[in-house]
Design a protein around this ligand. Structure first.
Ligand code: KG4
Ligand code: ZN
Length: 355
């Protein structure tokens, strides 16, 4: 079995080939970051146009790196949502056209579900963060669009334990970076600028820590940084900027680590999975790992190439859905959806059970 995965939900045009054992044969990404960086965020119309230009060369490259041809592909998995509708449609139309002309199965994959299951992919054995992972586990998915905790019982059975009540963690990084005049995407910029800084120089809020639930809130942090800048002005030395970035990063990381740990303790899960773009954050990876050691938990950090948006995670989930006994694949009526569905009942035909 060789599955072609296609991902175009936001600002990365991606294609990958994954085999039936979840071995990743290729994982190609054409990033649009330079296109959107000057606007400080993703411009939906520009994103769809760029996907339309990049999609076919990216698929060709994925086939070529995997050293296979389209004749070898046994099925297609494509991101159906959540995401920008115009962007999603480019991937969906391409996937439908290939599936129709080649007469192979087509399966719509949920982007967040793919992040949750991304560490199941077989990264090269040499990858320092590769740990074979099996459900059940507690997954923290922290990205630019979503931040939530999922109790993963098995593929397709996810219970939402907590979620952000306002901004996503990646959104908080991006918005604070914008306030500081740092480039998009803000998470990487804040991490790199804050490297070696004094993270306790300023204390920014860790919201909802005392609440009995597992929800997050990051909009107060952004306001607090804005107030700080109004009172003190922009940092007037590189050292001040470094300390400010380190302090902001620490506040976001602390909230993510505390709530994830609490959720694992209360549900009895012994494995914590870090997933989504923000899971690429070095400080989060380090702090969650140390916290897990203290509690006797296993911390599975999704290998870096599969944290930020990629098509290997889409193909990998496609393989697992098509391998299920109750698997059912989609017809050409498959449509895009904009909003979060994981953790709530779905009505499209993937044969996936949501709890
Ligand atoms: O998963 P992703 O690629 O796209 C979405 O599904 O949203 O996540 C993108 C988010 C952006 O907000 C970006 O700032 C953040 O992930 N991000 C990071 C890092 N790398 C990407 N945040 C913190 N530290 C990083 N190293
Ligand atoms: Zn994502």
């Amino acid at each position: 079995m060789l599955i072609l995965g296609i991902e175009t939900s936001c600002d990365e045009t991606a294609a990958a080939i994954v085999d039936g054992t979840l071995e990743v044969l290729s994982n190609v990404i054409a990033t649009q970051i330079p296109v959107h960086a000057r606007y400080g965020g993703v411009v939906p119309e520009l994103a769809s146009r760029n996907h339309a230009e990049a999609i076919l060369p990216v698929i060709e490259e994925a086939l070529s790196v995997a050293n296979v041809t389209m004749e070898d592909i046994s099925g297609i998995a494509v991101t159906q949502g959540p995401g920008l509708i115009g962007s999603l449609l480019v991937g969906l139309q391409t996937a439908k056209a290939i599936a129709f002309t080649r007469n192979i199965p087509l399966i719509g994959v949920d982007h967040v579900e793919a992040h949750i299951t991304a560490p199941m992919l077989k990264a090269p054995q040499s990858h320092p963060d590769f740990i074979p992972v099996e459900a059940p586990y507690m997954a923290l998915v922290a990205s630019g669009g979503h931040t939530a905790l999922y109790d993963v019982e098995e593929i397709g059975a996810y219970r939402v334990i907590g979620h952000t009540v306002d901004d996503a963690a990646g959104e908080a990084f991006d918005k604070v970076a914008k306030l500081l005049g740092l480039p998009y995407p803000g998470g990487v910029a804040i991490q790199n600028t804050g490297e070696g800084g004094n993270a306790s120089r300023w204390h920014f809020p860790r919201a909802m820590m005392k609440k009995g639930n597992f929800n997050f809130s990051f909009s107060g942090l952004k306001t607090s940084v804005r107030n700080h800048l109004e009172e003190n002005g922009q940092p007037d030395s590189p050292e001040e900027l470094t300390d400010l970035c380190a302090s902001v990063q620490e506040a976001i990381v602390d909230a993510l680590v505390a709530k994830t740990l609490k959720a694992a303790i209360e549900t009895g899960r012994k494995t914590i999975v870090l997933a989504g773009g923000v899971a690429a954050n070095k400080r989060l990876r380090e702090k969650m790992t140390n916290a897990c050691i203290g509690k006797g938990f296993t911390c599975v950090r999704t290998p870096m190439p599969y944290c930020t948006d990629n098509a290997a995670m889409i193909a990998g989930l496609g393989v697992q859905l098509l391998n299920r006994e109750d698997s059912d694949f989609n017809d050409l009526a498959l449509d895009a959806y904009a909003n979060l569905r994981v953790g709530s009942p779905r009505n499209h035909r993937t044969g996936v059970r949501m709890v």
